[in-house]
Design a protein around this ligand. Sequence first.
Ligand code: FAD
Length: 393
Amino acid sequence: MPDNRSSHAPRIAIVGAGIGGLCLAACLRRIGVRADVFEQAPRFARIGAGIMLAPNAVNILNAIGVREHLEPTSVTLTTLQNRAWDSGEPMFDLELGAAAEQRYGAPFLLAHRGDLHAALLRVVPPEAIHPGRELVGICPLDDRVELRFADGSAGSFDAVIGADGVHSVVRRSLFTTSPPSFTGRIAYRAVFDSALLADRGLAPEVGPSTKWWGPDRHIVIYYVSGGAEVYFTTSVPDDTWTTESWSAEGSMDELRAEFEGFHPQVQAVLAACPRVNKWALYDRDPLPGWSTGRVALLGDAAHPMTPFMAQGAATSMEDAAVLSRCLGEAGPENFATAFAWYESVRQQRTARIQAISRSNTWLRERTDPSEVYGYDAWSVPFGDSAGLESSLT
Ligand SMILES: Cc1cc2nc3c(=O)[nH]c(=O)nc-3n(C[C@H](O)[C@H](O)[C@H](O)COP(=O)(O)OP(=O)(O)OC[C@H]3O[C@@H](n4cnc5c(N)ncnc54)[C@H](O)[C@@H]3O)c2cc1C
């Protein structure tokens, strides 16, 4: 790839066209800054998973024009229900719906992950996205950053943002990390046709999401795709499977055995489900820093977290919004300042969310979620620590 950096328009590379990378490209477009997005996958597949999009995420999707593309296929969450695993006794119900929209300025949406990704792709011009480009090397220099890709191509950029996910090459190459610790737990997940539930006479309301809390495991079940599909994800103890992967297949028989004795509604969902994937759950400590000169990390690359709080994608979107604001304020050539502001605004909040996610206690009992759902990435102050504190209290 030729070095076609121009003295006028800075060349910015985003590594990874996942949720955070695409969101950042869209946020940068909002301030008139173009970025090239390099993605290792040769094409985008529809990964069978649901995603909870709390108001702090939907506020960002709204501002970049994604919500309108997503809403026709998503479900507006009415109630986050928490139930005892066997009796189904209510533990805590968080009412959302119109009340959440009024309080936080956006609804809480439940979506198919593929629909979210497709909606993000609609607001980033195709010519800015480069699939089939796996980053294998990064070399920051005083006046630029050199990137090398697995296909033999290379590029030179004024700044690089590593949005390359939980196994980030950018993080591994340039930042201090401690090794991940395997939690000894597995997240099984599946999306399937909700007609299969109706066939079993099970037709609960589409609006709520229910987390069934067992003594050492849980399952979360909700509808996506406007109610046409149902999704569940679990956490179960299992120290024999250690692969963090979106594509690994699990056994339905093993999964059903894991949830024997759970409420009949849970068992009916598992009985109807034709196939399942599994993902080994790892825990990682917050990084001591995630920006240096012309390079910064974003999303799972910066603050990978267990999925128990459903805030991984949301915090990557918050990163994108705040980073775009920092670049806009510092001036697009002033990367070191912008990245330092970005890191200082985001680090404390994301470390706190990592810690709450790790404990898997979020919303199990009566909780005011305003600290998380009410965060407004478009107005949180940066560049002054007082503003940072006030954003977290
Ligand atoms: C089971 C499960 C359920 C979850 N549920 C929720 C939820 O309900 N709500 C929520 O907010 N979060 C949820 N999360 C977390 C959420 O999926 C992640 O936090 C989110 O995807 C992070 O976005 P990202 O852009 O940082 O990474 P990703 O979306 O993973 O994107 C990273 C991208 O980088 C690409 N890439 C990687 N390496 C390279 C390379 N070397 N070169 C080029 N490209 C590369 C990848 O192919 C990928 O496209 C869940 C996670 C799991 C595992």
